[in-house]
Design a protein around this ligand. Structure first.
Ligand code: NOJ
Length: 535
């Protein structure tokens, strides 16, 4: 059974095009490469693919620096390849979501090139945030870029432009109607090509307030926004709502207009998911009000420790929050911006957590390679490419580790990903992790995902919400067990290093690791393992 509309409880597979499969030996993945692997994606059992940007780009920020949002970068192929990809995906029953990056363009976009040549105060500059320097020559305010360093860069005539990210990513001025109408053209362009939805990059950032005012604690807000900086939670939670460039009321007007545009594509069920890091968490529900977007990413599991109290809190709160606006949550354990889950919490733990999360109501995002249990790649500093690494002069290693290409087959790196030199190095240690090896191993992580996704579709998708059986606040077991019931399936995750015995009867559907012992109405769940039992 499939739930309706298609995206409500979909499993969406995130493809980072540069790292997926290289069809022409230049060391970088491309659209024809993706097309050639769509059967693999289909077999995995997901409902949709989300493609990270493949648009014309100088690639200073992995394609999130877009020079032409309505064309394909030659490194990835051309528009015909994009059309073919959409068509082949659809013929396999896969929906296609593309990334849009409305907060900024690349400095190579024609608009920015025109702005550089134009005068201060011109219509060309008004598409971005250009301002005069302060009297002492300093930037218009003291904001810090999310990638490190000042968020202003000076141009030849002395004016500064704003960039929340790299200096090659000038922020667009969404108060300018020309920006809004150009973006509508982009959305329609991809919808007319057949895509089924959008992932909206930095969806919470389009509208800025107090652009000419210093923030009292610029370093504080910059640190508070970064998950890798440890900070007293109370201080963090006090700082986050004061960030003048995120989650301002004005962004919702933009999404109301976009929603009308999406809905004008009658009987297409177009969906959009917001990348919105907001605080307090209740604010995320505003993005999925009935006249706005369809989903908002839930990032809480990306840095959650493998601890029952923490996971219980996240799962419970996420479901309750979204329920308050009649929406369902989304779940993600990894993406291209954060360390891979297997590296962060451990390989067996990642399998157990994935099997638990795949049973939950809502939509699950799976980052390509997660289904292989890939850890982060080992990258020498000399090969790093992330602007975070470059702008912080190596102080932060950046996100390249999660972006290492996928191992497909063979016994040595680059495991069939390319016939050339991969843009980031793969390690020979991944020999047992290739798609080829895992496909024939019934106990592999790949087969765990394949089986779980099939069982999810067969038994869980249309089953409404969960009832807690065991948690730090429910049931009678130790803190190391989390269990829920959904429809006719009970899902138990044993987080501890020892086996856990529970009283249940039913048929074991799947186990994430180890051997389940079941007799006399009692089931022994192996250490660090999740089971699904059908009643
Ligand atoms: C979020 C994207 O996921 C990330 O990769 C990118 O660097 C920033 N937005 C800026 O576009």
């Amino acid at each position: 059974m499939k739930s309706s509309p298609w995206w409500k409880q979909a499993t969406i597979y995130q493809i980072y095009p540069r790292s997926f499969f290289d069809s022409n030996g230049d060391g970088e993945g491309d659209l024809p490469g993706i097309i050639s692997k769509l059967e693999y994606v289909k077999e995995l059992g997901v409902d949709a693919i989300w493609l990270s940007p493949f648009y014309t780009s100088p690639n200073k920020d992995g394609g999130y620096d877009v020079a032409d949002p309505r064309d394909v970068d030659p490194r990835f192929g051309n528009l015909d390849d994009a059309k073919k990809l959409i068509q082949v995906a659809h013929s396999l029953g896969l929906k296609v979501i593309v990334d849009v990056v409305p907060n900024h363009f690349s400095d190579q976009h024609i608009w920015f090139q025109q702005a550089l040549k134009a005068k201060r105060g011109s219509a060309e500059r008004a598409r971005f945030h250009f301002y005069d320097a302060n009297e002492d020559g300093t930037p218009p305010n003291n904001w810090i870029s999310l990638f490190g360093g000042p968020s202003w860069t000076q141009v030849e005539d002395g004016q500064y432009y704003l960039h929340l990210f790299d200096s090659s990513q000038p922020d667009l001025n969404w108060d300018n109607p020309e920006v809004a109408s150009d973006y509508e053209v982009t959305l329609r362009f991809w919808l007319d090509l057949g895509v089924d939805g959008f992932r909206i990059d930095v969806a919470h950032g389009l509208v800025k307030e107090n652009l000419l005012t210093n923030h009292p604690d610029p370093q504080g807000i910059s640190d508070a926004l970064r998950l890798d900086v440890s900070m007293d939670p109370e201080i963090r939670y006090a700082l986050l709502p004061t960030v003048p460039y995120f989650d301002r009321q004005g962004v919702h007007e933009i999404y109301r207009k976009w929603r009308k545009l999406f809905d004008s594509y009658k009987d297409r069920d177009i969906m959009a998911v917001a990348e919105a890091w907001v605080h307090p968490p209740i604010n995320s529900t505003r993005y999925v009000r009935s006249d706005e977007l369809h989903q908002v990413f839930n990032f809480d599991l990306l840095d959650a420790p493998f601890k029952s109290d923490f996971l219980f809190e996240v799962v419970n709160r996420s479901i309750e929050l979204m329920d308050s606006v009649g929406a369902l949550p989304t779940w993600a354990l990894s993406n291209h911006d954060s360390p891979r889950v297997a590296s962060r919490i451990g390989e067996v733990q990642a399998r157990a957590l994935a099997l638990f999360v795949l049973a939950l109501p809502g939509s699950c995002y799976v980052f390509a390679g997660q289904e292989l249990g890939l850890p982060d790649g080992e990258i020498p500093d000399s090969s790093r490419q992330d602007p975070i690494y470059l702008r912080t002069k190596g102080v932060q290693k950046g996100r390249d580790g999660a972006r290492v290409p996928l191992p497909w087959n063979g016994d040595t790196a680059p495991f069939g990903f390319t016939t050339g030199k991969p843009w980031l190095p793969l390690t020979d240690k991944w020999k047992e992790l290739t798609v080829e090896k895992q496909s024939v191993d019934p106990k592999s992580t790949l087969n765990l995902y394949r089986t779980a996704l099939k069982l999810r579709a067969d038994h869980l998708i249309d089953q409404g919400s969960i009832t807690w059986l065991e948690s730090p606040e429910h049931g009678s077991k130790s803190d190391s067990l989390l269990a829920v019931r959904r429809g006719n399936v009970s899902i138990y995750m044993n987080l501890s290093d020892s086996a856990a015995e529970v009283e249940i009867t039913g048929k074991l559907l799947i186990v994430s690791a180890g051997i389940v012992d079941s007799r006399d109405g009692k089931v022994t769940i192996p250490p660090v393992s999740t089971i699904w039992v059908h009643h």
